[in-house]
Design a protein around this ligand. Structure first.
Ligand SMILES: Cc1ncc(COP(=O)(O)O)c(C=O)c1O
Length: 477
């Protein structure tokens, strides 16, 4: 043991240092198969350490097959061992760079798609969760039903019947860990590599990425004020196998798919025996007029796979969403869900079911609808007051973000980058386009803007970001 052992704060335990040194000596051939290592007593005395410390290190090496105890003959390097490189304790190779959409960082101003965190009924939720934890232990202790907990499937079926006019049995409902998990189940059940897939352009990047990675051929379809231009899609890829749509509030433009286009879409799917994936992610939030019926509620030929999520109406951290599949597909989806075994946490499922059944969910939605209408107005007003000369706020019927349109010569991506540096999570509309000539604008989540003063303060920060190109030297975030 040539170098002194390390001591003090942050040093590895002494037994581990001895273990590592012996292991390295065996690995690089200084100690060979069959060589005798010093006795515990001798090494403890040489290093002035307790015998227990050496004993622990030797025991580890014996357990891992590096050393063998030979009784009176002492301890030797295992005769079976060959010298070979061993992993070093601290790898010096840096992890290659990568980027994430969600890295668990705290919410930032203008972040899209987050519900109002301050208005979530925490106490009530915690009370229900604690009760469920106590009462449903044995339920949650076994391998659960991969299709979802029966209580939540029943609650979702009832909710969809009442609120979205969708008639379905609980057996048709699959509880999944978010929209992408729903797509995964659909993809594994129905998608073949090379299948063509209509995607809204602009459209939700996560759905696009999913289908691309699954080997589908993407067909970008333009969107106008009546939603996806179905005629254009039929013209460019009449035999597509899938159409992915956000009919209630198109993501990200928030327009609704008109009734004639809903009918045209359903007719096409029936004629071609294709599938429509209806992403109804935040349909609950509409601020004027009545929503158009869900595509699924008009789906007499059973061509629609309906996706909903609790991310917007409860919390995204729950990772709870649901998928409604046509009856004839239930066995295939159920078998695949069972094979995947990627369940959602049982506790959140039963808590959510109870939250819905006891009527809290309906009340929460009503409260959130009023709150969001107010917060949306606060942000829209602050934007108009301070930035009317630079942008135009769209007055869409619903959703959880505002769209502020910029002049075509304004670079929304540049604003996005500068805003990010200033701690503002606005998004650049042009980044959501693939093929259709892009429109420039900013997407601004308003759900966590709590009052007028905060709306003005945030908009002032945004204004400085937008205007800073005119004030060189004054742009530090
Ligand atoms: C267009 C769209 N669909 C669906 C979702 C729901 O995704 P998840 O259920 O994975 O939270 C989102 C969330 O932001 C979304 O923007």
């Amino acid at each position: 043991m040539e170098k002194p052992l390390l001591t003090g704060d942050g040093a590895p335990p002494l037994y581990r240092q001895i273990y590592l040194r012996l292991r390295a000596a065996i690995a690089d051939g200084r100690l060979k198969a069959g060589d005798r290592v010093p006795s515990i007593r001798a090494l403890a005395s040489e290093l002035n350490l307790a015998r227990g410390t050496i004993e622990l290190a030797y025991q580890l090496l014996i357990n891992e097959g590096y050393l063998m105890g030979r009784g009176a003959a002492g301890t030797v390097v295992s005769p079976l061992i060959k010298s070979m490189p061993v992993p070093s304790e601290s790898s010096s190779a840096p992890v290659p760079e990568y980027s994430l959409v969600h890295s668990g960082e705290p919410a930032q101003p203008f972040q899209m798609g987050l519900p109002a965190l301050d208005a979530f009924p925490r106490k009530l939720w915690n009370r229900i969760a604690s009760n469920e934890l106590r009462n449903s232990f044995s339920d949650g202790a076994i391998y659960p039903d991969a299709r979802g907990h029966s209580s939540l499937r029943r609650a979702v079926a009832r909710y969809l019947g009442l609120s979205r006019g969708i008639t379905c049995a609980p057996e048709q409902i699959f509880i999944v860990a978010g929209y992408r998990a729903a797509l995964d189940l659909i993809g594994r059940s129905l998608l073949k590599p090379g299948d063509s897939c209509w995607m809204e352009d602009p459209g939700y990047f996560a759905a696009r990425d999913f289908f691309q990675e699954a080997g589908a051929t993407l067909v970008p379809v333009p969107v106008d004020s009546d939603g996806m231009v179905v005629e254009a899609a039929v013209e460019s890829a009449p035999d597509a196998r899938f159409a992915v749509v956000t009919p209630t509030h198109q993501s990200p433009l928030c327009v609704a798919l008109s009734m004639p286009r809903r009918q045209a879409l359903l007719e096409w799917a029936n004629a071609k025996q294709s599938w429509i994936i209806e992403d109804d992610y935040d349909s609950e939030y509409r601020y004027h007029g009545r929503p158009l019926p869900a595509l699924k509620s008009l789906d007499v030929h059973d061509r629609v796979l309906y996706c909903g999520t609790f991310s917007k109406v409860l919390l995204p951290g729950l990772r709870l969403a649901y998928l409604v599949v046509p009856e004839k597909l239930v066995p295939r989806f159920a078998e695949l869900a069972d094979k995947m075994q990627s369940h959602c946490p049982q506790l959140w499922q039963v808590t959510t079911a109870r939250f819905i059944e006891e009527g809290h969910f309906g009340r929460h939605l009503k409260k959130m609808r009023n709150l969001y209408a107010h917060r949306r107005q606060l942000l829209a007003q602050a934007l108009i007051t301070r930035l009317e000369h630079r942008l135009v706020v769209d007055n869409q019927v619903g959703g959880m973000h505002l769209l502020a349109r910029l002049d075509p010569d304004e670079d929304d991506r540049e604003i996005f980058i500068r805003a990010k540096g200033a701690g503002l999570r606005v998004q650049a509309l042009s980044r959501w386009y693939v093929k259709t000539p892009s429109v420039h604008g900013l997407l601004l989540g308003f759900t966590n803007v709590v009052d007028k003063a905060q709306a003005s303060e945030l908009v002032e920060r945004l204004a400085q970001v937008i205007e800073c190109e005119a004030l060189p030297g004054n742009c530090s975030p």
